[in-house]
Write a protein that binds this ligand. Structure first.
Ligand SMILES: [Zn+2]
Length: 255
C-alpha cells in the first residue's frame, strides 16, 4: 500500500487521500485463471488494512493523518484484516474451486490454521528473545566495552529454550535493530499480534461482518491517524487495554 496523495483538512475543505495497492499476484495461464495462493490472499488483506487506514482517515494535519501513527500501532489495521483469511464465512463468499464451484471445507481451513500454529510457542519465545535483546542494547546509557556474547546471553536468558550454539552471536547479525530502523522497536512485531488478535476477538464475538463493531473500529481507530495516543484510541474501541489471551488462543497455546 502506498499513497499518491495524503489526506488533510483546511476549514470545511477535506482534501481526500489517494491510496494504491500494488502487488505481484500469480498470473493466469492459458489453461487456468489466476489462482491466488493463501499467502497472496493474506498479503492482499494485510495491505488492504493499511489502505483502509489511509483511505478512511479524517484528520486536520497530513503529518498525523492515515498511517502516520507510532510504529508499534501501524500494523494493527493490516494484521487485523489478515484474520478474515481463515474464516469460513469470509472464504465462502469468493474462494470456490475454479472448476467445481465447491467451497473450501472447514477441515481444510483447520489444517491451514494448524500448520500455521506448528511450533508456535517456540516462535513466540524466539520473537520475544529478539525484543529483549534489542531493548538490552538500546537502553544502555554508557559506552559498552564488555563481552558481547555474554551480554546477549543474559539479555535473552528468560526466553531461551534450546542451548545457544557456541561461538555464534545474534547481535552481530541483527541488522534490523542496528541498520533497519527497528532500534528499540523490534517488540512491535509481537505487540502488533497482541493488538490484532485482541481486536479480532471483538469481531469474533459480535460477528465478523458486524457493522456496529466495524463502525467503531473505523471511527475510533481508522479515522484518527496519529492524532491521539494509540492506547487512548484502542481503549475507545475495545473498552479496555488489550490482553494476550486472544493471541494465545489463536496460536492454539490455550483453549
Ligand atoms: Zn504492514
Amino acid at each position: 500500500m502506498s499513497d499518491f496523495k495524503p489526506q488533510w483538512m483546511e476549514g470545511t475543505m477535506d482534501s481526500r487521500p489517494q491510496i494504491t495497492i500494488v502487488m505481484n499476484f500469480t498470473r493466469p495461464t492459458d489453461t487456468k485463471p489466476a489462482l491466488l495462493t493463501f499467502d497472496e490472499v493474506k498479503t492482499f488483506l494485510h495491505e488492504f488494512g493499511h489502505s483502509l487506514h489511509g483511505m478512511l482517515t479524517k484528520c486536520t494535519y497530513q503529518a498525523l493523518s492515515g498511517t502516520n501513527v507510532y510504529r508499534d500501532f501501524v500494523e494493527l489495521p493490516s494484521q487485523l484484516m489478515e484474520n478474515w483469511a481463515s474464516q469460513k464465512e469470509f472464504l465462502d463468499g469468493f474462494a470456490v474451486h475454479y472448476k467445481t464451484g465447491e467451497k473450501i471445507p472447514q477441515e481444510l481451513i483447520q489444517k491451514i490454521i494448524d500448520s500455521e500454529n506448528f511450533n508456535t510457542a517456540y516462535f513466540c519465545l524466539r520473537q520475544l528473545s529478539f525484543g529483549y535483546l534489542d531493548m538490552a542494547w538500546h537502553t544502555i546509557e554508557k559506552p559498552f566495552d564488555g563481552d558481547v556474547i555474554a551480554y546477549e546471553k543474559q539479555a535473552m536468558a528468560s526466553t531461551q529454550i534450546l542451548p545457544m550454539v557456541p561461538n555464534t552471536s545474534m547481535s552481530a547479525t541483527f541488522s534490523h535493530i542496528f541498520a533497519g530502523g527497528y532500534a528499540a522497536g523490534y517488540y512491535s512485531y509481537k505487540w502488533a499480534e497482541v493488538l490484532d488478535a485482541d481486536a479480532f476477538s471483538v469481531f469474533e464475538k459480535n460477528g465478523i461482518f458486524n457493522k456496529k463493531t466495524a463502525d467503531s473500529f473505523r471511527k475510533n481507530i481508522l479515522e484518527k491517524g496519529g492524532t491521539e495516543h494509540p492506547m487512548v484510541l484502542y481503549k475507545r474501541f475495545r473498552g479496555q487495554e488489550p490482553t494476550i489471551d486472544a493471541l494465545l488462543k489463536r496460536n492454539g497455546i490455550t483453549n
